[in-house]
Design a protein around this ligand. Structure first.
Ligand SMILES: NC(=O)c1ccc[n+]([C@@H]2O[C@H](COP(=O)([O-])OP(=O)(O)OC[C@H]3O[C@@H](n4cnc5c(N)ncnc54)[C@H](OP(=O)(O)O)[C@@H]3O)[C@@H](O)[C@H]2O)c1
Ligand SMILES: [Zn+2]
Length: 338
């Protein structure tokens, strides 16, 4: 049996360990990717620490995957060996639940297939993906450039394009990490008046480079008051991991503004009365389907949005993961696999 290198979590809370495994064979409806690059997303901590229900260990994390299709299972149409492809958090759709039969694939996937959570992900030389979860890669993006777009990219792009905000309106992006630094770029390219909010002054110049017209240092200023001085935000894209940081900006929403929550914070405390006067809303968002990923790749290529990456080899996945968790990465850690 041919072997591959993979980086797995042996049990919830366990270390990332490099192991040798059999190269998996694709089953019906599946393709095998020879992985080229995989981004390291903060959501990989959910797999590493066991913060999602029902994870079977050992588990290989990684859901920002770009690779070459090198084998296809029975019944797969539309994919053949040699094609370049990407897969994100959304690991596929069952096709038969009520939501799928209604055409709402977005609603199926949250409950069924999650790359790197319910099946092994891209911290490995090969991985298996369901054919419907795989996105086509356009020419013009390297694997390392494209990988972060499969989660950090599609999550922020797809969220922003579904908010109803119109060009010229005020959109704030809270947090400048892997997701946030892409969110600022997408918001600016979509024509929003874009404000970046992060902790400290060290990211101020970068925020401007990424397209923000204004930077708010949440340590030195009250971000809600600063947003109100600008007229109030139509949308605040909350990419941070901390609920208290999200709560601190709710007061910066304008009339009928929405706090779009993409950061997987475990709690957030706000006074509901704060929402009444301005009819404001708080809404969650998860990344998107493989078609949303294709749209993200196309938009990024067209407008020049790119992830700023720090590249680590697969053998140093654990170091790369710690770098991402430390908050010091500028801005995405990507594992270069082949
Ligand atoms: N909804 C989805 O589909 C989806 C998809 C991908 C990721 N996520 C989630 O989105 C979040 C961000 O992921 P990422 O990969 O971008 O993470 P990341 O690169 O590690 O960035 C983390 C961000 O959180 C901020 N942060 C951390 N601790 C904070 C604190 N105590 N107070 C205020 N801000 C704090 C940092 O803010 P500064 O910039 O101020 O340092 C940074 O911007 C994670 O929770 C992840 O699980 C959700
Ligand atoms: Zn992710």
């Amino acid at each position: 049996m041919p072997k591959m290198r993979a980086v797995q979590v042996p049990h919830a809370g366990g270390p990332l360990e490099i192991v040798e495994r059999d190269i998996p064979e694709p089953g019906p409806g599946q393709v095998r990717l020879k992985v080229q690059a995989c981004g390291v997303c903060h959501s990989d901590s959910l797999t590493k620490e066991g913060h999602m229900p029902g994870i079977m260990y050992p588990r290989v994390p990684g859901h920002e995957v770009v690779g070459i299709v090198d084998a296809v299972g029975a019944g797969v149409a539309g994919w053949k060996p040699g094609q370049q492809a990407g897969v994100g958090w959304n690991g596929g759709y069952c096709g038969y639940c009520d939501n799928c039969r209604r055409g709402d694939f977005f609603a199926c996937t949250t409950a069924t297939y999650i790359t790197g959570v319910t099946s092994d992900g891209g911290y490995a030389e090969y991985m298996i993906a369901r054919a419907e979860a795989v996105a086509r890669l356009p020419e013009g993006l390297s694997p390392v450039e494209a990988a972060p777009l499969m989660c950090a990219g599609v999550t922020t792009y797809n969220c922003l394009r579904n908010t109803g905000a119109r060009p010229g309106e005020l959109v704030a992006v809270l947090g400048l990490g892997g997701l946030g630094h892409l969110g600022v770029q997408y918001a600016a390219k979509m024509g929003f008046k874009t404000v970046a909010i992060a902790r400290g002054q060290d990211k101020a110049a970068l925020a401007t480079q990424l397209g923000a017209s204004q930077y708010i240092d949440s340590r030195a200023q009250d971000p809600a008051k600063e947003l109100q001085k600008l007229g109030g935000a139509k949308v605040i894209l909350a990419t941070v991991t901390a609920g208290d940081a999200m709560a601190a900006v709710v007061g910066g929403l304008g009339v009928r503004g929405t706090l779009m929550v993409v950061g997987a914070a475990m709690s957030m405390q706000i006074a509901p009365i704060q929402l009444l006067g301005g009819c404001t809303a708080i809404k969650g968002w998860y990344s998107g389907t493989s078609i949303d990923s294709q749209d993200t790749l196309a938009f990024s290529l067209q407008t020049g949005v790119r992830s700023m990456n720090e590249v680590f080899p697969l053998d140093r996945a654990s170091e790369g993961y710690e770098r991402m968790m430390s908050g010091d990465a500028r801005f995405r850690v990507v594992l270069s696999v082949a």
